[in-house]
Design a protein around this ligand. Sequence first.
Ligand SMILES: [Zn+2]
Ligand SMILES: [Zn+2]
Length: 276
Amino acid sequence: MDRAGVVFRVWGCRGSASTSHADTHRYGGETTCFEIISGQGERLMVDCGSGLRQFGLSLEYSGTPQLKRPQINVLLTHHHLDHIMGLGLFAPLLNESAEVVFWSEDAEASRASIDRLFSPPIWPVKLTQNKLIAFRSLAAHDNAISGFMVRPFQLRHPGGAVGYEIRIDNRKIVIATDHETGDAVLDAGVHAASTEADLLVFDAPYSEEEYANRLGWGHSPRSAALAIATKAKARRLLLTHHDPGATDSALDHIASQLGAAPLETMLARDGLLIRL
Ligand SMILES: [Zn+2]
Ligand SMILES: [Zn+2]
């Protein structure tokens, strides 16, 4: 068992919409997409925001000869646009160089959502006609996907969203985006999943003042994310889903304040690699 080989990579750190502007280049402007690679090289993707396009290109041009068409497993947290918008330009699907399996709570709901967006006249091709796509529903308990063990849990978000407790190589990574704290039952579920996580990924784009004007939007203030992570004794907290209007200097300012947090806390940026 390789205890040092798990890699977590951020392909998209923004929420709601992508951005490309001189003052957002350092943190990056792609919407939410993550990759986890085990010590044995097994891969699991989480969400298909605009960052998925760059991930697809990295596979196409990696120079690795593919003896066999690989299978890419993708966990979907929910179907909001910022979490699926990268699918239309995902090279492994367009070039038929990989099979892609989408895992979610409800496979048919995922298929219907992707159909709705990626079909004419909104998109020139109907993605789900691609024979290389499969949709599978997750069980409520542990799911073995490639070498990963995945357990879904409910989040508080308009229309619903699912978080994931992911175990691989004796490491635990928890993805909790998009979640608005404040529901005792759902917060307890997030806390339970996050207990002693090696990495907790949480969307908390707001200060408490900003949050006061965004109640019900489905995202949390940073103070709430820190409270859950601290109580759960998570080892690292990665804050993600930055507002597209958050500039590099604004995010630097937030990062400098996080230095006083009781656990290692970082802001996501496109291309960030975390070794666990
Ligand atoms: Zn989102
Ligand atoms: Zn959402």
